[in-house]
Design a protein around this ligand. Sequence first.
Ligand SMILES: [Zn+2]
Length: 73
Amino acid sequence: MLRQCPSCKSKNLMMVEYEGGPHRYDGVSEVHCEDCKKRYGRWCGLELQEGEVEPRFCIAKATVYARAGHGVR
Ligand SMILES: [Zn+2]
């Protein structure tokens, strides 16, 4: 889990849980930076773009990588 924003190094972070939907998880899925307003996924650790959600356990993205021939971590 992020302790500071990878972009601006702020520790002013908000943990976000999804209320519903296919990626709902009983815990934090996203970390929002209150200073630069960027969003990061809890598992993938990557910046989330507008409309993008963090797949639970980063599984969806891992599958995409495997299909693209990059292997699974
Ligand atoms: Zn930030």
